[in-house]
Design a protein around this ligand. Structure first.
Ligand SMILES: [Zn+2]
Ligand SMILES: [Zn+2]
Length: 719
């Protein structure tokens, strides 16, 4: 490339002036937007250093190679510092690398607590690049927002104030995301893409209905296999994304089988691309694909791919990847030689079907906002403790940690975690009570609460990860099928005492769904408004859960196999929720009393199903409860709550955008062709009551009635 695109020029200018976030398209040369300012600074100031933060090791490796390709070997010395970095290389990197590429976990547990060893980096830190910032949302994002504040705080202690440059996929709230992540204000946005956009043809394929009553359709994987085989025969270089590793394997097999009879030589040109390959194997596959030696790769996640595969003829996405932002990113791979085919094959989940019916609604505007809350109390206090370990907390820290840090510090003091050291009558500082402890090692950036259960694969002894204690009973009870990185495991034992779940590889064809009893208690009202003819509240609730049993269901058709009882104690956690109360008298005119609970329950499910379109999250991050009488409200009530202890902003967003949420839920139900509810509308794969009772018709009436009450319209039309 000889000239910069206009957005790259804008980004460079903006980066000189202040913190900036860049949200242009997948192949628009986004990394040039932060590499040029970095190279500029490094070439001018021999002591200056930069830190690049990547969500995955693979992306950091790609960027390190991209930096090396500038050929400025004397001036620019990039090095990766992550869990794979050899011990003997570490001291050298700390001393001499002037672009350190790392990930949030390493920053949190390795670099910040050992800042003294990194003194030279912090004392000369000019730039911090946060690439793929949209990945930092939900629980993970709330943690990373604290890690970046700790980073600014430590840099401040060494006398620097690094400039932050971020990039993100297209989302509804890039500036807000950047500000929430870094704690900085007035972040500039570069979103006018000046690169030539490839003309991309978009196709949305909804597999044909096989049973109209039940709403069942032909399998998305089967349909996708036919389509891929066709593309391969026609000579198109294709990448295909599907969620699970099992999906990758099944789809690869089907495509190869399809090709085998007619074109055996083509069957060899289709490869699955899984996690677990070494970076060298990945490079090799990517190289073969770019050179056209492979026709199709089938993979699980866009992020596992390096950035160097170039553009292909076609990108096929099978089942909804969770957000429109990631769908766009996957589609962005199609556009070789200025044109490409982008396909979406819909699955049967509610979001899949909703999207398939209204692609234009979602593609014309970014609909999802990336949500995070750095002050989610449990998460914030964990990092406050880490920060105290990195240096005494004092009044100056409000600048980095926010004005409410001291209130949290006082709580940690009374919990015996922090000690207050008076400096004079008016001010003091907080230090850890227990020296010699290493708080960062006890904080996982993927879990809202420090109170967690370890998940151990007994076949290998490997620690797969951890799950919040609040969720352990429902996700890793004995007999549960647990999914990790697209692979299935069966839980052999849940050891409550030692707080761990022992699991083993699972090859069966069923999944499990827990049956549980949930209660919500309203603890504190934080906000209230009238909306759609109901009283809508937002506040803190305490959720008590008892997992009673679990159902095994066949993967192929979801048919229940059996119900097995469990004997587990109740658990509870506090979180944020919205709730709305309905008027029994008025309801009785619309919905017969015996259908009321089913109507509330189905409405709750539909709202949970579409909430991820407003607040970037997964339906598994949201809990719900509907009851025809709640003891505190004295009325039929629906609760939607953050599924993570403390809450991370999902319920707050739903509260703010309640009207949209109800309209989307109504459309989801009204447009589904099934007769009385199916997995594409009101049935939920995570319902604690195993989808009993549900009234699709009742929920529709309920939501229509609420939306009709909104006159005059409470919202301007969103378009
Ligand atoms: Zn349906
Ligand atoms: Zn339910």
């Amino acid at each position: 490339m000889e000239r910069l695109y206009s957005h790259q020029v804008d980004a460079v200018h903006s980066a000189w002036r202040g913190p900036t976030i860049i949200t242009t398209g997948t192949a628009s040369g986004k990394s040039m937007c932060f590499n040029l300012p970095t190279l500029d600074v490094l070439c001018r100031d021999a002591r200056a250093r930069a830190l690049y933060v990547y969500p995955t090791k693979a992306l950091a490796q790609d960027q390190a190679r991209a930096l090396a390709s500038f050929g400025l070997t004397k001036r620019v010395r990039p090095a990766i510092y992550d869990g794979d970095t050899a011990r003997e290389a570490r001291a050298d990197i700390r001393r001499s690398a002037n672009v350190v590429l790392t990930n949030p976990d390493m920053l949190h547990v390795g670099i910040l607590p050992n800042h003294a060893a990194w003194a030279d980096l912090f004392a000369n830190l000019a730039l911090v690049v946060v690439d793929e910032a949209h990945v930092y949302r939900g629980v993970f994002g709330s943690h990373v927002a604290n890690v970046l504040r700790r980073l600014r705080r430590i840099a401040g202690a060494y006398g620097t104030e690094p400039r932050f440059l971020l990039t993100s996929a297209t989302i509804a709230n890039p500036v807000e995301l950047a500000e929430r992540l870094t704690g900085l204000e007035q972040v500039r946005l570069i979103d006018e893409d000046g690169s030539p956009a490839p003309s991309r043809r978009i196709a949305v394929w909804n597999p044909p209905v096989t049973d109209a009553e039940l709403g069942t359709r032909r399998s998305a994987v089967g349909e996708a296999a036919e389509l891929l085989a066709r593309l391969v025969r026609d000579g198109a270089r294709t990448i295909c994304f599907i969620k699970s590793r099992k999906g990758v394997e099944l789809l690869s097999r089907l495509v190869k089988e399809d090709l085998h009879d007619s074109h055996p030589e083509l069957a060899e040109l289709v490869m699955p691309y899984r996690a677990g390959y070494t970076s060298q194997q990945r490079r090799e596959l990517e190289g073969r694909l770019t050179r056209g030696e492979l026709r199709a790769v089938i993979t699980t996640d866009a992020l596992e791919l390096g950035i160097d595969i170039g553009e292909l003829d076609a990108a096929v996405v099978v089942t909804f990847p969770g957000t429109v932002a990631s769908l766009r990113q996957m589609w962005g791979r199609a556009g070789r030689r200025g044109r490409g085919l982008a396909v979406y094959v819909a699955g049967e989940d509610a979001l899949d079907q909703f999207f398939a019916r209204h692609p234009e609604d979602f593609l014309d505007r970014p609909v999802e906002a990336a949500i995070l809350d750095h002050e989610s109390p449990l998460i914030f206090r964990q990092h406050l403790l880490c920060a105290a370990h990195e240096g005494p907390l004092s009044q100056d820290d409000a600048e980095f940690l926010g004005p409410r840090w001291e209130a949290h510090a006082e709580l940690l003091e009374s919990a015996g975690e922090l000690r207050r050291r008076p400096i004079d009558a008016a001010s003091g500082s907080y230090v850890p009570r227990h020296h010699g402890r290493y708080p960062a090692a006890e904080v996982s950036l993927r879990s809202a609460s420090p109170d967690s259960f370890a998940i151990v694969d007994v076949s290998t002894g490997e620690l797969l990860g951890s799950t919040e204690a609040a969720r352990a009973h429902s996700t890793v009870h004995e007999g549960a099928i647990y999914l990790h990185l697209g692979r299935a495991y069966e839980v052999n034992e849940l050891d409550l005492e030692r707080r761990r779940a022992l699991v083993g590889p699972f090859g069966g064809d069923w999944y499990t769904q827990p049956k549980r009893e949930t209660d919500t208690e309203i603890v504190r009202l934080l906000d209230r408004r009238e909306a759609l003819g109901v009283t809508l509240s937002f506040g803190e609730v305490s959720v008590t859960d008892t997992v009673l049993a679990y159902q095994r269901r066949r993967v192929s058709d979801h048919a229940p196999i059996d119900l097995l009882t469990l004997d587990l104690p109740s658990t509870s956690f506090s979180t944020q929720a919205l709730w709305f109360e309905l008027d029994t008298q008025e309801l009785a005119e619309t919905i017969p009393l015996e259908a009321l609970l089913g109507a509330l329950h189905a409405a709750e499910h539909a709202q949970i199903a579409v909430l991820p379109l407003i607040a970037m999250c997964d339906r598994w991050d949201i809990g719900g409860l509907s009851t025809n009488f709640h003891p505190q409200t004295g009325a039929p009530t629906i609760f939607l709550y953050d599924g993570h202890p403390g809450g991370i902003g999902i319920a707050r967003t739903a509260f703010a955008r309640f009207e949209e949420l109800c309209e989307d839920a109504r459309r989801l139900i009204a447009e589904c062709p099934c007769s009385s509810g199916c997995p594409s509308c009101v049935q939920s794969p995570k319902c604690g009551n195993l989808n009993e009772p549900l009234s699709k018709a009742g929920a529709r009436l309920l939501l229509e009635r609420m939306l009709a009450a909104a006159s005059p319209p409470t919202l301007a039309a969103p378009l």
